[in-house]
Design a protein around this ligand. Structure first.
Ligand code: 4AD
Ligand code: MG
Length: 477
């Protein structure tokens, strides 16, 4: 008999038929009730074991973590909290799990402990829910752009370009010389040393994406990107996934409209398709908040926060206006922002961003027209000669979730800028070709996928929303 997913069993419209379910034991109570989970849903199906007619040898092996197959009748459940259960006629242990050794026992584990067991933490309710939400969100990303006719472009992971010019790249090194492949004559075969040229892991697919937007009109990328910044924060990963749309003929306003519409769409999609998981994560967050002092607790529940983002426009504020707000603000008695931002042109620190979003505007904020000096070379210079058409989207509890801009489409201005920054024109000859041949206004942005997943799941550490986080010193598996 084929097995049926627990999710489908729980939404069955008929009962009293024979079913088979396979999954992992979450708990086994009173030698009788198995809570069985197969990953298809946060909900377990209760399997009632006929313990009087089941050998002790088998009962002993029904332990947390064990894989089992149960066959029996699907019946309405008398127990609270579940509609159906399986009255077990036949039970098979597929894989034992030694209760003395299995780390994911049904008790509260710290997130730190779970991180050390990234291969097993997905067997907990919280991580099962997070990973399902992550999966649905990535589907929503494709759905959004595909419905709008964007072309999905796979930009290279290994590249010679430093898109951000920030120098935070992992170099792709060739093998040590005595390990290089040899040809039949025993000489090193440099052709097989594909490199011979200096390459890095990509920090962004933007520059390659721009070349495609200048042919296909609207494109997006969605892939892994790498940053070799040695920062150990709850918002940074060395390997993260980024979504980068790029649109020909869009100016900065259209870019903001696209980003806002896109974010609202994917959040709505998660609300519509991950109801049970988000409810669970909301409860988890409420529990976690209880341990915080009243003043630090969130005023809204997770679902309220998500709905708030859907129902409210993002506040659009120029960098200059933001600096004025920060200068006038006294976020707390000890610290005044005017001492931190003492001059126009400084980059905002995350505490400034959080103040703007969480205390001042209390909604997502799009900051635009940043000083040219603190932004990347490719951004469109404004008429004032000192600001660029950049935009960052800031989210409550997260900080920067999106970075983007209208691009500098004027060949001469771009080359001038590159010269001033010491960026090699020769190396970016292909990028400059977009400005040499049929250049036009165009814009795009990058959304850090994990930061989005953080926001939607209500988690607070970025290590908890990616299956196997890569951070400094963490790449064991
Ligand atoms: O602001 P960033 O560096 O922008 C770019 O890479 C542009 N080329 C994007 C574009 O215009 N096409 O990165 C974009 C976003 C950030 O807003 C943030 O959400 C995320 O990527 N991000 C990170 N997420 C996790 N860990 C890191 N180390 C991140 N660095 C950036
Ligand atoms: Mg940025």
């Amino acid at each position: 008999m084929r097995h049926t997913k627990v999710k489908d069993l729980l939404s069955s419209t008929t009962t009293l038929h024979e079913v088979n379910a396979k999954g992992w034991v979450r708990t086994f109570r009173n030698n009788q009730f198995i809570a069985l989970n197969d990953g298809s849903t946060i909900n377990n199906i209760q399997c009632v074991v006929d313990f009087e007619n089941t050998a002790d040898e088998i009962l002993k092996r029904i332990t947390t973590g064990a894989a089992v197959s149960v066959t029996g009748t699907l019946v309405e459940s008398k127990g609270a909290g579940q509609k159906y259960e399986i009255k077990v006629a036949q039970l098979e242990i597929l894989g034992d799990s030694d209760p003395e050794k299995f780390p994911m026992q049904p008790k509260k584990h710290s997130l730190e402990f779970l991180r050390e067991n990234a291969h097993l933490r997905v067997r907990t309710n919280a991580f099962g829910a997070i990973m399902r939400v992550r999966s649905v969100l990535s589907f929503a990303v494709h759905n959004y752009f595909q419905q709008k006719g964007f072309v999905y472009v796979n930009t290279p992971i290994i590249t010679g370009a430093d898109a951000e010019g920030a120098g935070e790249m992992f170099q792709v090194t060739s093998l040590p010389i005595d390990h290089l492949p040899k040809n039949e004559e025993g000489n090193i075969d440099y052709k097989k040393d594909f490199f011979g040229k200096h390459t890095n892991l990509t920090v962004s697919g933007q520059l390659e994406g721009e070349t495609f937007a200048m042919a296909l009109g609207q494109i997006y990328t969605f892939g892994p990107t790498f940053r070799a910044e040695n920062s150990n924060t709850s918002r940074h990963l060395a390997e993260f996934w980024m979504i980068e749309p790029e649109v020909a003929f869009n100016d900065l306003d259209a870019n903001m409209d696209l980003a806002e519409d896109f974010i609202q769409y994917v959040i709505k999609y998660a609300l519509d398709h991950c109801g049970d998981d988000l409810k669970f994560l909301e409860g988890r967050l409420l529990e976690e908040e209880k341990s915080k002092p009243q003043a630090e607790r969130s005023e809204m529940t997770l679902l309220e926060k998500l709905n708030f983002v859907l129902e409210n426009n993002f506040k659009r504020v120029s960098y200059t206006e933001a600096i004025d707000i920060l200068r006038d603000s006294t976020p707390n008695k000890k610290k005044k922002f005017q001492y931190i931002i003492d001059e126009w042109g400084a980059d905002l620190q995350s505490e400034h961003e959080r103040y703007l979003v969480e205390k001042h505007f209390k909604c997502p904020v799009i900051l635009f027209d940043y000083p040219a000096k603190i932004k990347a070379f490719y951004m469109r210079l404004n008429e004032d000669g000192k600001t660029v058409r950049a935009m960052d989207i800031l989210f409550p509890g997260i900080g920067e979730i999106v970075g983007g801009s209208q691009r500098e489409e004027r060949f001469d201005v771009l080359v001038e800028k590159m010269k001033a920054l010491g960026i090699d024109e020769e190396e970016l000859w292909w990028y400059l070709d977009t400005r040499r041949f049929g250049s036009a206004v165009h814009s795009g942005f990058g959304l850090g996928f994990e930061r989005l997943v953080l926001f939607v799941t209500g988690m607070t550490n970025i290590r908890d929303v990616i299956p196997f986080p890569r951070t400094p010193g963490n790449a064991e598996f």
